[in-house]
Design a protein. Structure first.
Length: 213
């Protein structure tokens, strides 16, 4: 999928969100199998993923899909299929959220790894189906005015679960200009907190990766 610097914010922001989902699900699946990964940080990443993936798909199903269908009715069946895949992901997220991580026993890590792999594989497969449909629809059928309103609503309703990890992952998957443009929409009280959030995210993510990576 080729992306242009002239892409509208709808495409850029959605692409970055999807790349965060790819990176975060991959990291959790890999780190859960690594005994050196701190269990509390694994739990934090797990909770971040569950909350953000659910919120992301709910906003698509309830707000974005209806807006696209209203402008392009021919997309209805395809978007319905994507929503059905969202439900499959919800089931996988339920399994991931249900893993008890109260102590560092090997069974807990094994269960987390198994559930995280299922979520990772489901997310990556779903995005491979969704993006060839969604990116052209965003370019052709979503106005900048609608997207600005939709994006603000998404930000306002995003669950406050380990939000610093979103900043850390965005820095990894986006260019500085893309990330700056996306973070400019955050509420004013959050802006002074960004340097500390970046520092905490860098430390947490590094603790989940092999030493020296």
């Amino acid at each position: 999928m080729i992306h242009s610097s002239d892409d509208p914010m709808a495409v850029t922001e959605t692409r970055l969100a999807h790349e965060v989902h790819r990176a975060a699900t991959t990291l959790l699946a890999e780190a859960a199998a690594r005994p050196s990964a701190p269990l509390d940080t694994l739990a934090q990443l797990r909770d971040f993923l569950v909350a953000n993936l659910r919120h992301h798909h709910h906003t698509e199903d309830e707000d974005l899909w209806p807006q696209i269908v209203a402008t392009a009715p021919a997309t209805a069946d395809t978007l319905k299929e994507l929503s059905e895949e969202h439900q499959q992901l919800e089931d996988a997220l339920d399994q991931l959220a249900a893993v008890t991580l109260s102590d560092a026993d090997t069974e807990a890590r094994a269960a987390l790894h198994q559930a995280a792999v299922a979520v990772r594989d489901t997310v990556h497969s779903h995005l491979a189906h969704e993006e060839p449909v969604l990116f052209p629809a965003l370019r052709e059928h979503i106005t900048p005015e609608y997207w600005a309103q939709f994006s603000q609503q998404v930000i306002a309703t995003t669950p406050p679960v380990a939000g610093h990890l979103m900043i850390g992952f965005l820095d990894e998957v986006g260019t500085p200009d893309e990330v700056s443009a996306m973070l400019a929409a955050l509420p004013e009280p959050v802006q002074p907190l960004l340097p500390a959030m970046r520092q905490q995210a860098a430390a947490d993510l590094a603790s989940l990766r092999p030493i020296g990576s």
